[in-house]
Design a protein around this ligand. Structure first.
Ligand code: FES
Length: 67
């Protein structure tokens, strides 16, 4: 199987990103496809990946308030 992560921080043993709750005052979308050029944030690259690979992945969206 190909790796889930094709190129992000490949020199690290494990890719971990940490944030505090105070950082979510605005809506934030986190990448779950591992294709974003702005990882760990979603930049919309999942759209091209989904089309190319017939997949349906999308971001994790977190906001401080319910919409
Ligand atoms: Fe990866 Fe949007 S770019 S989920």
């Amino acid at each position: 199987k190909p790796p889930v992560n094709p190129e992000i921080k490949k020199d690290a043993q494990k890719v971990v990103d940490s944030f505090t709750a105070e950082e979510f005052k605005a809506k934030t979308a986190f990448c779950r496809c591992w294709r974003s050029a702005n990882f760990p944030y979603c930049d919309g690259s999942h759209n091209a990946y989904n089309k190319e690979c017939c997949d349906n992945v999308g971001p994790l969206v977190i906001s401080a308030k319910a919409e």
